[in-house]
Design a protein around this ligand. Structure first.
Ligand SMILES: Cc1cc2nc3c(=O)[nH]c(=O)nc-3n(C[C@H](O)[C@H](O)[C@H](O)COP(=O)(O)OP(=O)(O)OC[C@H]3O[C@@H](n4cnc5c(N)ncnc54)[C@H](O)[C@@H]3O)c2cc1C
Length: 625
């Protein structure tokens, strides 16, 4: 019996996610039904700031904005691609609001819905569910610019951008908390936090959304001292796949079914566990999150810069081993964001720049020790921070070394949309954690540098030392406090290798180098990958994000309990089967498999009834003997 229930669940999860009903299909709601739904949504003003596609360096206040948006946008019948030109102003309204910035992926929502309240979200989920459409969710859409993970073809895309409440509850002793609407980005939170004299742990790049960041785990420059996003969240408000408004905390949850007044409570912590690292918009539509607001700590910041002439892979291994050692020495009192960039001409070299934060005073022994390490062992320069970033410091270092006026562009996001869907935020990423084999890690990264110099293709290797998180080793697994894999929970640092767009290297050469050189090297050396910063085609993605099969199984069970029809889905999320290696199944397969499972179940029941009698006879026969 258990077997057939499992088969049924697998069928639902496996075949229920892929093919979404789209415009023109028989299942698509009539225009009248859409109009009635749209009229039921609130009339609040809908304004939103969009990420500037292809202009990753533009300051936030120069990002394009749309005022008085419609509640619902339908994809025009003749709209096949978006962003053939990288200019927001030249896009159709639908392309603007759908952020369909991955022409190569050929994935586009059929309709984009902008709810302005929790009740709007409930109405949208109910409408989508009743009409058996697919639902996908996007907040500020950073995963769109980094890896194209949230949209499914023909889905009804629910955008949370208008949900922008921000309520502070300061507390003089603990710091207090802040409740944030799901449409906010950290840039807005940090500005307000400065006025409140509080520290909120959030993404290093401030344009990251407050919900997507948390769902993946959420790392921050402050994580070594204050933990990941999953350690900083106090409350999650969500609309589930059946339209209930659910309030989720560490101690349990309460929920109110759509259209009902009564509130039910439960002490189940399944959703609390799954949402804190289970990744992406597959669990429900989060409408708000409450984070801890910390009292302001003392922070000392400085830059480290060095140029290492290229002396071969063996010498590079020594440098990388030093990086590993200094990172361990730093422990949870520091955070570091470092970039290593190969220079292929005039003379091959590696540029190194790191931005270091110490949670204490410059005069503390721990701080002096690390500074001395860089000065004496690394022979590096140290400068104090003056409103610089790693990128701008690297620009000047690069210019000084190569004699070039061209800026060197180092950023997490790719610079051309054509690379988005296949490579995500970096060609490859991985976690170096407390158990990582140091020799394996230095060998793999030194080999990336070696190949880069040999083939004359510049690579950027970014290191985020933000992960040690809370003192000591944190438990992982199905019974641990979060579903995060060992490397994400106990990382010392994350590595992301990028092959930037560059002169003299065609897009095909770039892709070939990424897929055939960089990715295998890193994927083989590092077991865990951070859900939110991952390559698009990642082998063994489930165990890389969540560790053990038992953890993945628990996540899948929770997904089935809360979304049995797989209404919600996203790329490489629990419930996703869209991986290109699995052939797409037509929707009728779902019904055939269900009917087969039912038929087998009937056969099994009949067999048991007959077989049960035989066992009884045999037993009686034995007794008689
Ligand atoms: C420039 C840049 C810098 C970054 N820096 C950091 C960093 O410092 N630390 C870090 O940890 N990560 C960082 N990231 C990765 C970032 O955390 C992920 O891209 C994350 O997914 C962004 O979340 P979002 O809400 O902005 O994006 P979205 O694309 O809107 O959402 C990401 C995922 O979350 C789901 N989701 C979003 N909102 C909701 C909601 N309200 N309800 C349900 N599901 C939802 C989406 O369906 C999708 O699966 C960075 C990314 C970029 C592009």
């Amino acid at each position: 019996m258990m077997f057939f229930i499992l088969l049924w669940q697998t069928c639902l999860l496996a075949f229920g996610t892929d093919a979404c009903c789209g415009p023109g299909d028989e299942c698509w709601p009539t225009q009248m039904a859409w109009n009635a739904f749209e009229n039921s949504l609130s009339d609040a003003n809908r304004n939103y700031t969009f990420p500037p596609i292809g202009e990753a360096r533009a300051p936030f206040d120069q990002w394009p904005m749309m005022l008085n948006m419609k509640k619902v946008y339908h994809r025009p019948a003749n709209q096949t691609t978006c962003y053939e030109e990288l200019d927001f102003a030249k896009q159709s309204s639908f392309c603007k609001v759908s952020t369909a910035n991955k022409p190569a992926a050929n994935v586009s929502p059929a309709v984009v819905i902008w709810p302005a309240s929790v009740s709007d979200v409930q109405k949208a989920v109910d409408f989508v569910r009743r009409n058996r459409l697919c639902l996908c969710v996007v907040g500020p859409a950073n995963s769109e610019s980094s890896r194209g993970m949230s949209t499914r073809n023909n889905c009804a895309l629910l955008r949370t951008g208008v949900l922008r409440d921000m309520d502070w509850e300061p507390n003089d002793k603990t710091g207090g908390s802040v409740r944030l609407g799901a449409g906010l980005r950290f840039v807005e939170v940090y500005e307000a936090a400065e006025n409140q004299q509080r520290l909120v742990v959030g993404g290093n790049c401030p344009q990251v959304g407050v919900v997507g960041w948390l769902l993946g785990g959420g790392h921050s420059a402050y994580s070594p001292a204050y933990g990941l996003g999953v350690d900083n969240v106090l409350n999650i408000e969500m609309v589930s796949a059946n339209g209930s408004a659910v309030n989720i905390t560490e101690g349990g949850m309460s929920f109110q079914d759509f259209g009902r007044a009564e509130v039910t409570t439960s002490n189940s912590t399944d959703l609390w566990w799954a949402l804190r690292g289970g990744g992406g918009g597959t669990w429900g539509v989060v409408t708000a999150v409450t984070y801890k607001a910390h009292l302001l700590p003392q922070v000392t910041e400085f830059f480290v810069q060095a140029i290492f002439p290229w002396l071969g892979e063996a010498a590079m291994k020594i440098k990388l081993a030093l990086y590993y050692d200094v990172s361990k020495l730093m422990g949870d009192k520091f955070s570091m964001y470092a970039a290593w960039v190969t220079v292929v001409s005039p003379e091959p070299a590696i540029l190194f720049v790191a931005e270091v934060r110490y949670f204490g005073s410059n005069d503390d022994d721990a701080c002096k020790r690390v500074r001395n390490e860089f000065l004496n062992v690394w022979k590096a320069n140290i400068s104090e921070k003056h409103n610089n970033t790693v990128m701008s410091v690297l620009d000047s270092l690069y210019g000084a070394y190569t004699g070039s006026d061209d800026p060197i562009f180092v950023a997490l996001e790719p610079t051309t949309p054509s690379l988005y869907s296949e490579f995500g935020s970096a060609a490859a990423t991985g976690m170096v954690d407390l158990r990582t084999d140091k020799t394996e890690f230095v060998r793999a990264v030194a080999a990336c540098f070696g190949a880069s110099i040999r083939e004359g293709i510049v690579i950027q290797v970014l290191f985020f030392n933000t992960w040690t998180g809370l003192s000591g080793e944190q438990a992982v697994g199905a019974e641990a406090s979060t579903p995060l894999a060992y490397g994400t929970r106990n990382g010392i640092f994350e590595i992301g290798v990028k092959v930037p767009e560059q002169r003299g290297v065609t897009e095909d050469e770039n892709k070939h180098f990424s897929a055939n050189v960089v990715q295998p090297l890193l994927n083989n050396a590092l077991a865990s990958v951070y859900f939110s910063e991952t390559q698009y085609l990642l082998p063994d993605w489930k165990t890389r994000y969540w560790g053990s099969n038992a953890t993945v199984r628990r996540l899948e069970q929770i997904k089935f309990a809360w979304d049995p029809e797989s209404l919600l889905g996203c790329r490489n999320c629990i419930g996703d089967t869209s991986d290109h290696r699995i052939p797409p199944w037509p929707p009728w397969m779902f019904w055939i498999t269900g009917a087969l499972a039912f038929f087998c179940l009937v056969l099994l029941v009949m067999y048991c009834l007959r077989g049960g009698g035989q066992v009884k006879d045999g037993y009686e026969g034995l007794v008689q003997q």
